[in-house]
Design a protein around this ligand. Structure first.
Ligand code: E4P
Length: 220
């Protein structure tokens, strides 16, 4: 499973890229607004992320009709060769996905919560599908079970084009493990959760012991 970072924060992206395991980035309007992003600077900001990341960078369109989505998607895709156009699933975005995919533009279909949504996205030509985990947990349902259903359904078929599942709305190392066990292709992880993936209480305990014992060696 590959790791994407779920953020629009360049410092976080640069830091995670330096760890050597970063394969891509996903952004959305909420994440861009969280860093104080302005409409005018959006395309430049995506371009800067694309320079830092050696992999796909999802930039979301907020257009509502198929024609507007296709127009916006083409503009987003022209920012850099590694831009992926991110679209929330719906009738208009499915129609736009078909057109964009025929043009060779990669689409990441987002806000996916069910197997039928995922199957429709794949049939329309989406290059990536992003089922959400944490937000399903948030409403008292089972996000991991929902992701697993989607992964199984998508992996049952050949859609005639490459189609990878991005486990999204990831909140914890447990979500990452569950996504990897079920064969999700990618997990897009917020920076805080990614840092937690590096940690383990026994690692911390072992490190403290190594340090204490090395002090003994130095003083022997
Ligand atoms: C998907 O790519 C989204 O950016 C994302 O994972 C949203 O998750 P959230 O529930 O943390 O907002």
């Amino acid at each position: 499973m590959k790791f994407f970072l779920d953020t629009a924060d360049l410092d976080e992206i640069e830091e995670a890229a330096s760890w050597g395991a970063l394969a891509g980035v996903t952004t959305n309007p909420t994440l861009y607004s969280r860093i104080g992003g302005k409409i005018d600077g959006f395309h430049d900001h995506i371009a800067r992320i694309c320079d830092v990341v050696d992999g796909p960078v999802s930039a979301e369109s907020v257009a509502m009709t198929r024609d507007d989505i296709v127009r916006d998607g083409r503009i987003l895709a022209s920012i850099a060769p590694n831009v992926v156009v991110k679209l929330p699933i719906g009738v208009e975005s499915l129609a736009a996905t078909k057109t964009l995919a025929e043009d060779g533009v990669a689409v990441n279909m987002t806000l996916v919560f069910s197997a039928p949504q995922a199957l429709l996205a794949a049939r329309a030509g989406a290059r990536y599908i992003s089922p959400f985990v944490g937000r399903v947990d948030d409403i008292g349902s089972d996000g991991v079970a929902s992701l697993e259903e989607i992964v199984r359904c998508i992996h049952n078929y050949d859609f005639g084009h490459e189609c990878e599942i991005i486990a999204a709305s990831i909140r914890s190392p447990y979500h990452v493990t569950a996504a990897a066990l079920m064969g999700a292709d990618i997990a897009t992880v917020p920076f805080g959760a990614l840092k937690n993936c590096v940690k383990h209480p026994l690692t911390a305990e072992g490190l403290a012991k190594f340090e204490a014992d090395w002090e003994k060696v130095k003083n022997a």
